[in-house]
Write a protein that binds this ligand. Structure first.
Ligand code: FES
Length: 272
């Protein structure tokens, strides 16, 4: 058994100010299952999205554009052939156009309160789970560089709102056929619509959004509209974790769908 001095010198949860429990934890359930599944899911998404972001191909199958490549901001966009394209970057940009835009949704998710919890647990074991001691000797939370940069999340929220608008616009453009005539709906339209809805639900359920809408008010009674919106967003906010996963899955699925169409793996079934 360690003396108080020795425990104090060790720091972290073994420090002298913490309870002297020798076992790493007292949990008897399979506590490791959730962080392991989280790490696996996030790792799979990172591998898939990295491959697709750098692929620089097969992201447009008229009239659908992959959410990873929208808006397409360079001259080298496949969508120049007739799809949505805002070539703000001109022809000097030679890399994948996805790299220009993915920084915003990526930054939003990377700094998200839920994802922070998920990858701190899944990848850094900090802590691995509730009531399970972390292996690190010291703990500084998010008070120092680089983790203090997580505070930038509220600004990524402002960037995420236009991204959600653009994905909605893309879904509306999906009501055209491959010759850009309006009044059609394919399975791809439905895929993009569901993805846009889930992206909106995830974005609006953000803790920063909830604070922007209803925070820093002294009297809710004097701001009935904001109070009501705050109530709605609070309900969504309770499901933030589920929405984070659902929208992560849907954005990958929407990209995969466009990829399969673009590579000719199958044709888009027409619903009307
Ligand atoms: Fe998760 Fe803002 S807290 S997106």
């Amino acid at each position: 058994k360690l003396s108080d001095e020795a425990r104090g010198a060790r720091g972290g949860v073994r420090g002298g100010t913490r309870a002297a429990i020798s076992q790493p934890h007292l949990r008897k359930d399979r506590w490791w299952l959730a962080p392991a599944a989280t790490a696996l899911g996030l790792f799979a998404f990172v591998v898939y999205s990295t491959w697709r972001a750098f692929a620089n191909a097969d992201y447009y199958a008229a009239p659908y554009v992959s959410p990873f490549y929208s808006p397409c901001l360079a001259d080298n966009c496949e969508t120049m052939k007739g799809g949505p394209n805002w070539a703000l970057f001109g022809d000097w940009w030679g890399l994948s156009p996805a790299l220009l835009i993915l920084i915003f949704p990526l930054g939003f998710r990377l700094t998200c309160y839920y994802y922070r919890k998920a990858y701190y647990r899944g990848f850094w074991a900090s802590p691995p789970a509730c009531a399970v001691a972390e292996p690190h000797r010291t703990y500084t939370g998010e008070t120092r560089f680089p983790l203090i940069l997580q505070n930038i999340h509220r600004y990524f929220f402002y960037a995420a709102v236009p991204v959600a608008c653009i994905l909605t616009y893309d879904a509306v453009l999906g009501f055209r056929d491959e010759h850009y005539a309006w009044g059609h709906m394919g399975l791809g339209t439905l895929v993009l619509l569901v993805n846009a809805a889930l992206i909106w639900a995830y974005t609006l359920s953000c803790h920063s959004c909830r604070h922007i809408v209803g925070g820093r008010l002294r009297h809710f009674s004097k701001h009935p509209v904001r109070y009501r919106m705050w109530g709605w967003i609070g309900k969504l906010n309770q499901r933030h974790m589920s929405l984070a996963w659902a929208s992560l899955f849907s954005v990958a699925l929407a990209d995969l769908y466009v990829y399969l169409l673009a590579t000719g793996a199958f044709s888009d079934p027409q619903l009307f």
